[in-house]
Design a protein around this ligand. Structure first.
Ligand code: URA
Length: 198
């Protein structure tokens, strides 16, 4: 497992499949628990993430952290990554071509982490993970079950910085995520308990 993560990290850090490989400062793989039950997916690194090589360390990341703390979703419960590993200049949305080159890295991350729940934060993550034509305002807060994953689309935390009224909506969506996480934990504890009894 460690080797697979090391290989993936190397591939991402040396990737030049699309032109963003030339403009980035650092490629940004992900951070968090490598076997977390929850995976959060954003769009692409911003300026601070590009400088530090770590996802969600800027203003949007700080807001997300506050939200997760308030919901008592502790750091050991999640892994966080993006659709794109390199920053698009000026933070423009990823192109389909860039996403096409980059998505295999995210798929590998999902394969290695094996999360039970995936949260698509924002229109870009929802577009490439759930449905190309979906509108985030229409699908947010509703579960999609696919290939054994429970997938929840919600707003990107950066959208909350622009529009305060979205805060309560993302809170409601993430409460559903927290409830499912708690339920999964309870089921797994019960199963362990039963195993011990036999
Ligand atoms: N926005 C994202 O989508 N990802 C980051 O890592 C930072 C900001």
């Amino acid at each position: 497992m460690k080797n697979e993560w090391d290989d993936l990290e190397k591939q991402i850090r040396s990737c030049t499949k699309c032109p963003l490989g030339k403009t980035r400062t650092n490629a940004v793989t992900g951070r968090g628990n490598l076997s977390a039950p929850l995976m959060l997916v954003g769009e692409a690194p911003g300026q601070q993430e590009d400088e530090q090589g770590i996802p969600f360390v800027g203003a949007a990341g700080q807001l997300l952290e506050l939200l997760l703390e308030a919901l008592m979703i502790s750091e050991d419960k999640y892994y966080i990554a993006n659709i794109l590993k390199c920053r698009p200049p000026g933070n423009r949305p990823p192109s389909d071509i860039e996403a096409g080159f980059c998505l295999p890295y995210l798929r590998k991350q999902v394969l290695l982490v094996k999360p039970k729940i995936i949260v698509c934060m924002g229109a870009t993550a929802a577009k490439y993970i759930i449905d190309k034509k979906a509108r985030i305002t229409a699908i947010r807060g509703t579960w999609t079950e696919r290939k054994g994953f429970s997938i929840m689309p919600t707003f990107h935390p950066a959208a909350l910085l622009r529009d305060e009224s979205k805060k309560i909506l993302m809170w409601e969506d993430m409460k559903k995520v927290k409830n499912k996480l708690d339920m999964l934990e309870m089921v797994s504890m019960q199963q362990t308990g039963h195993d011990n009894e036999i």
